[in-house]
Design a protein around this ligand. Structure first.
Ligand code: ZN
Ligand code: ZN
Ligand code: FE
Length: 760
């Protein structure tokens, strides 16, 4: 028996990400280890451990909690207090005092943990080869939650009644499945079926998995109901099968992501540096852009044609792990949708919408509460940059220095995501897609209202883009709350500022495709001075006309024509063969120039990259966004020249204009002189980096924020970061929030909050 007199009582109130992550069993086990007695419970704010024991043990317990916490948890604070000892002789986890007020955080879906992985490959384990195995350390969360609090009855697992053995584990504090809401086993949980045609079941359970492998090997396209939606799978070495998928998806060139069986396999097909490895094996397990190795015969060239990089991912659910281990070779794993629509989550919808694309359907009966795509990241300057933010990341909040409570935002038109403000936290939604179809519009609305209902938010301010034609702006106008319109590039800069808690003043470098400016023209190569009271456009790239307007986004050669016309007016035709125009096409563009219709002028950096890609003969027309810029970047990577083209500054009285005329002339004469295209492309990148540096020097600001889709370009982003640092600036670039329009919703939230703070 313990001597009661030497006991001390200490109450630990632990806050942070400590619910639904196996934290209470961990606290229980730790307390047990140190011989402590008392109670452990969830509270609305976190976890409370009210414990008694030797002082030394209590201290060692606290140290253990701080250093050995479960992988998914994140401790923000441990507040301790003392009290009189009670005559307690047990250690128990007691019922939660959670009031369901929505103060807990909904976790993202998490990749399978190593313990569950051992379970499914252990023949003696009752979960051997069970594709829906999970525990408190891993498995589905956001994709199965219907509402808070996070209890099984509020998830799509409510359709399944736990068997006795699962129930036992669920109630056993020492078990890793203690209160694991989605826990299941082959006796009580979801099961697989393999469908064909209109939904005829041809195999079920493990046989479905085995048969799927056989079908993949024979070149069939499989629609797989995964974690947050459907994926289309096809053997990554089968050229014909991939080409067939490309035709069916109307996707001639855009790279497909590839799932590889293991990290070792990834290193066989790509150059995996330490940072990429960390991303691949992280609990988010995103698609990670990695440099292709030369001559990899196990991957068809059709996976990522004309691209130095491939998006690689590791299997992240037990289902994927079993499939990939059985298959043993890489498979293409692309979103199961029709172009620009959100990914499909329901198997019956899949039958209707993917017929003609998929040959077979590997499905299961666990409902998906909301679509969550695979995330995409790229390592930039040794740091993970999120390009598509979804599975594994959304809807983790971004902590703000601003009160954003009650503000919601609808984001941009492309790569749409939405955001909801709660207190000083911004819940940025998962990637939704381009808002070009009724389905994606519906998805944007549902995602926003879903987040509002999870966090009990009644919006009083709705933010959206300045552009009246963006579908998100339309949706915003239909809300009953006050609407705040936010300039596109200002939102880009703010999104990066709030992500890194950078305070004004800063110089924001916002380079992207296009966004509506406050003067009604199309911006895209902007330098914005952001202060506490808003922003001023201090500098911009010289404008040029875009013959055909929006068509120029798909035809880089139109940007080239615009640049040439800007420089040489009617004499542009002398150079028109360079960006690959035929005689008839030249006549057509000429008539556009002379009539001056459908020819908006733009300061877009993205279109300038397009123009250069076209003038160097790399790319005249594209089939996906960013194709020309990616080609230009990859070509530039082949050269290491340090040369720059000339450029100069002019002032239009209000803002500084970066005049790129001499740069384009330099590119034209280099091309005529037979300078290699990689050298020209590299020199162009060097020049654009120098442009950033020189404007930064003129601005007088120290903090420089790099944002907009152009900064997905590694060469540009890393070059700018390095050059700015070398000259004593403090550069910021995106990490958890996408630099592209996927981050706009967060910036819009910040802009509306800043307005409100100033009482506007
Ligand atoms: Zn697990
Ligand atoms: Zn069971
Ligand atoms: Fe943008």
């Amino acid at each position: 028996m313990r001597d009661i007199d030497t006991r001390t009582r200490r109450i630990f109130r632990i806050t942070g990400v400590v619910q639904g992550v196996g934290f209470r069993p961990f606290v229980y086990r730790s307390a047990w280890e140190f011989g402590l007695l008392g109670t452990i419970s969830n509270s609305p704010a976190g976890v409370t451990a009210d414990l008694e024991g030797e002082l030394d043990s209590l201290e060692r317990f606290e140290e253990c909690i701080q250093t050995m916490n479960p992988p998914l948890s994140r401790i923000e604070n441990i507040a301790t207090s003392t009290g009189p000892c009670r005559d307690i002789n047990s250690l128990r986890i007691i019922a939660s005092e959670t009031d369901g007020s929505g103060t807990t955080i909904v976790l993202p879906d998490i990749a399978i943990c190593s313990d569950c992985l051992s379970d499914i490959f252990d023949e003696s384990n009752r979960r051997y080869r069970y594709p829906f195995t999970n525990c408190t350390n891993c498995g589905p969360r956001y994709s199965i939650i219907d509402r808070l609090p996070y209890d099984r009855c509020n998830t799509t697992m409510s359709d399944f009644e736990m068997c006795d053995r699962c129930r036992e584990e669920y109630h056993d504090p020492s078990n890793r499945r203690f209160h694991a809401q989605p826990t299941a086993c082959p006796d009580c949980g979801p099961q697989l079926e393999l469908w064909v045609g209109k939904g005829n079941v041809i195999k079920s359970r493990d046989d479905a998995l085995v048969e799927t492998c056989r079908l993949l090997r024979n070149g069939f396209v499989i629609a797989l109901k995964g974690l947050g939606g459907f994926q289309l799978l096809v053997d990554a070495s089968n050229d014909d099968a991939i080409k067939r998928l490309r035709i069916a998806k109307f996707r001639p060139d855009k790279p497909f992501a590839v799932m590889v069986p293991s990290i070792e396999y990834a290193a066989d097909v790509c150059l995996i540096r330490e940072a990429e490895r960390e991303s691949l094996v992280s609990i988010a397990a995103p698609i990670t852009l990695c440099q292709k190795r030369n001559e990899v015969d196990r991957l068809s060239d059709s996976v990522a044609p004309n691209n130095n990089y491939i998006g690689i991912m590791l299997p992240y659910t037990p289902l994927h792990c079993l499939l990939m281990t059985d298959y043993g070779e890489p498979v293409v794993a692309t979103s199961g949708n029709r172009s620009s629509e959100p990914i499909i989550t329901d198997e019956h919808e899949a039958l209707a919408k993917l017929s003609g694309i998929a040959d077979y359907y590997l499905v299961h009966n666990r409902r998906i509460a909301r679509h969550v795509d695979d995330s995409v990241v790229r390592i930039i300057a040794a740091q993970e940059m999120t390009i598509r933010r979804a599975r594994g990341f959304a809807p983790m909040p971004v902590r703000m220095d601003l009160d954003v409570n009650g503000i919601v935002s609808f984001g941009g038109h492309q790569k749409n995501s939405v955001a909801v403000g709660v207190g000083r936290s911004a819940y940025l939604s998962q990637h939704i897609g381009d808002l070009d179809s009724m389905d994606s519009l519906g998805a944007a609305e549902n995602t926003l209202s879903g987040l509002c209902s999870i966090y009990a938010v009644k919006p009083d301010v709705t933010a959206c883009d300045l552009h009246p034609d963006y579908a998100g702006s339309d949706l915003a106008m239909r809300q009953s709350s006050e609407v705040v319109r936010v300039q596109h590039h200002y939102a880009h800069v703010l999104s990066c500022m709030v992500e890194h808690s950078v305070e004004s003043p800063v110089l924001g470098v916002a380079w992207d495709g296009t966004g509506l400016g406050t003067d009604g023209t199309i911006w895209g190569g902007e330098f914005l001075s952001v202060s506490d009271s808003g922003f001023a456009r201090t500098a911009s790239l010289r404008t040029f006309p875009l013959p055909g307007g929006d068509a120029a986004a798909r035809e880089p050669r139109r940007s080239a024509a615009g640049v040439l016309f800007e420089l040489y007016s009617d004499d542009w035709v002398d150079y028109a063969s360079q960006p690959g125009f035929s005689g008839v096409e030249i006549k057509m563009i000429e008539s556009m120039f002379s009539a001056n219709v459908n020819m908006p002028s733009t300061s877009s950096a993205g279109r300038l990259f397009d123009a250069v890609a076209s003038l160097t003969g790399l790319c005249y027309k594209t089939s996906f966004e960013g194709q020309a810029a990616i080609l230009l970047e990859h070509t530039a990577e082949m050269s290491d020249v340090t040369r720059r083209y000339e450029f100069d500054f002019v002032s239009d009285g209000e803002i500084l204009i970066v005049n790129w005329a001499k740069m384009i002339e330099g590119i034209m004469s280099d091309t005529a002189d037979g300078v290699s295209v990689p050298d020209i492309a590299r020199t162009f990148h060097n020049t654009m980096i120098t442009v950033i540096l020189e404007v930064a020097e003129k601005s007088g600001e120290k903090d420089i924020v790099l944002t907009g889709g152009c900064f997905q370009n590694r060469l540009l982003a890393e070059g700018a970061v390095e050059a700015l640092r070398y000259r004593g600036f403090c550069p910021y670039w995106h990490a958890a929030v996408p630099p592209n329009d996927g981050g706009l919703a967060l910036g819009q939230l910040a802009a509306a909050a800043r307005n409100r703070e100033r009482g506007e």
